[in-house]
Design a protein around this ligand. Sequence first.
Ligand code: 6MZ
Length: 338
Amino acid sequence: MGDLHVICHEIPKLELHAHLNGSLTETCLKKLKCLDSSIKGYQRMTEVLNKSQRSLSECFEVFKIAHNATNNVEAVFAATQSVISDFHMDHVVYLELRTTPRAGQDMSKEDYIAAVVTAILANPLEIIVKLILSIDRRNSIEQSLDSLNVILKMKLKYPDVIVGIDFSGNPAEGEFNEDLFKKAREGGLKTSIHCGEIRNDEEIEKILKFGPDRLGHATFLHPEYEGNPNNWKLYLEKKIPVECCLTSNVICGTTKSYPEHHIREWIRNSLPHCICTDDKGVFGTSLTKEYTLVAEHHGLKPKDLWQTTCNSVDYIFASDDIKTRLKVKLMNWYNKHE
Ligand code: 6MZ
């Protein structure tokens, strides 16, 4: 195996934690006919973000620009196509895209979801794409229930595309509601819950007890975290796969540095995890970059990265048939590059 960055690019990768509107590049915003002044604002904000650590709340300001650019169905469709194409070019072969259904100019939440699904179904590229729909934590319980009902209705219409539900948004706002996600689970949705992105031991405990299929970030949940040690014990009982997003955590200042990122505990203890981008547009990253960073800062060899990818196949929200196809693809790749 050769040069690290080249290998990281070539490995057929799986992206399991990517927010649609956080993944938009400037090129995509231009295509969406976003105002020049907004694109300049986006450029300025992402440049500032990528030069120094910011607070999470500052990072959340950037999403507003992307949201303004995707407030009609044509733009949502085009944005989805563009993000799928970017991941395909980064050699991602399986993508679980997530997004928060939003009503806008002449657009209902149903229309928003339908636009994303239509773009996924029309995708001609060699990349399998599934959809996870997000509930924004800042919503009231009534608003969240309304979103959930829409999501469940659309799940019945597009059962093969809509596979899961996510709980995300500014972690400083709102709280996890177990009943809501129980209802989602009963409706056939897999659950990926943002957990412990900031210190919040009570919520982490609640989420772990609920037992989602996957956890997003899990930053303040590791053996060296000085918070509630019972949460780590609880985690070890459940061993829920964690979606690790290094650059996002470093830029948002929830992790001090790449070498200190909590992925090291998951690697050291062979705990289930996958490497993800979170918001590749906002944080100026790619899955290839994230793989390279994990290799550089946590001593993983290309074969270990390949193994991490193979392990991730077991955590996806898709059929056994798709899992088998992905494993065959990864095995073939390995045999050619050994
Ligand atoms: C929590 C995040 C996030 O849904 O409009 N989002 N939520 N933590 C993060 N870490 C930085 N990054 C993105 O994509 C943008 C939305 O995803 C959530 C936020 O709610 C953000 O507004 P969509 O496609």
